[in-house]
Design a protein around this ligand. Structure first.
Ligand code: MG
Length: 354
């Protein structure tokens, strides 16, 4: 029998939330705000209370877009003090290049050169803009890494970099590709009807999984940013299983919002729920790996057959043997592939009956 204590977040889990997530006031496209403004300093205290490790921010979440330098310095100093007092780190920061009406035709890709210049003080489009930021990063010795987050639509109907795969194709064309990776978000890939775990796995394989945004989403809807694991529980399970088994060591950032029904006590329930679900699924992943019947099925469906030429790496001799090999299609087709049983065993584990 498991205990609740097993699912308590600890700093080593690297759970983080954006100011815009737990500070989200519950407005949606057809409904007004339902929660009062909460200050970044109070958000930091809230995150410490629920057991989070880090806080992320957009530039304008913390410092208003028209703040003076003196106001900015005061706000940042107060925020840093709150983080220090509450033991909260800032593992990631990003920029809001979508909310203000100036970006209604895009930011780095806007047709108006003045908007592009405002977006990053560069004057060319996306590739040039990212190259510019990398050079700026080097020039200032910041040591930052940049993580690109894809989204198929919203705030406009078509977005150039619609999926993580788009960015994985784009990054090698940059001047400093080693400095740039991706920040896949569950909801954004699922909005496009894609398998999120596959996108994350591809990013990992490419050495580009710099960060990850965890939440949930029903396909075909607007960007819902639901509590992690609340809509597609099995998909969330495969994701956690993947991240834990490959040894992903980056932040587990929850880019999600509480329901519009909630006050800030409910927001704490939401934040605790995100972390609890992750830790429960982590435990279920270990349970899945330790299940003897599951392991038996995996061996059954993937065991090599004697006499099959090796295709792991190319050799002239191997290729000749492959061409000469007589494949028994009937025998191959008659091989049992018990995915139904495997899937039901997974469901049984997730349902807590196995
Ligand atoms: Mg996100």
């Amino acid at each position: 029998m498991t205990t609740n204590g097993m699912y308590q977040p600890k700093p080593e889990h690297k759970f983080s939330f954006g100011l815009w997530t737990v500070g989200n006031r519950g407005r949606d496209p057809f409904g007004d705000f339902v929660r009062q403004v909460i200050s970044p300093v109070d958000i930091v205290a809230m995150l410490a209370e629920v057991g989070a490790w880090g806080v992320n921010l957009h530039d304008n979440d913390l410092v208003p877009i028209d703040a003076t330098c003196a106001e900015r310095d005061r706000i940042v100093a107060e925020f840093q003090k709150a983080c220090k007092e509450n033991g909260i780190v800032v593992p990631m920061a990003t920029v809001s290049l979508f909310f203000h009406p100036i970006f209604r035709d895009g930011a780095f890709t806007a047709n108006d050169p003045e908007v592009r210049a405002y977006a990053d003080e560069a004057v060319k489009r996306l590739r040039e803009a990212v190259n510019y930021l990398c050079e700026y990063n080097i020039d200032r010795s910041y040591g930052f890494k940049l993580a690109m987050e894809a989204k198929p639509n919203e705030p406009r109907g078509d977005v150039y970099m619609a999926t993580t795969g788009h960015y994985l194709g784009f990054i090698p064309t940059l001047d400093h590709p080693e400095m740039v990776g991706v920040n896949p978000e569950v909801a954004h890939e699922q909005m496009a009807g894609l398998n999120f775990v596959h996108g994350v796995a591809q990013a990992w394989e490419a050495g580009k999984l710099f960060h990850i945004d965890l939440n949930d989403q029903n396909p075909g809807r607007y960007d819902q940013d639901l509590r992690f694991g609340s809509a597609n529980f099995k998909s969330a399970f495969w994701l956690v299983k993947f991240l834990e088994e490959v040894g992903y060591e980056g932040p587990r950032h929850f880019d999600a919002h509480a329901y519009r029904t909630e006050d800030y006590e409910g927001v704490k329930d939401f934040a605790r729920g995100c972390m609890r679900t992750y830790l429960m699924l982590k435990e279920k992943a270990a349970h899945w790996q330790a299940d003897q019947e599951i392991q038996g099925i995996l061996r059954e469906i993937s065991s090599p057959v004697d006499g099959i030429p090796c295709t792991k790496c190319y050799s002239k001799q191997g290729a000749t043997a492959l061409l000469a090999h007589a494949f028994d299609k009937d025998a191959i087709t008659s091989k049992r592939l018990p995915y139904e049983r495997l899937d039901q065993l997974t469901v049984d584990i997730l349902a807590g009956v196995r």
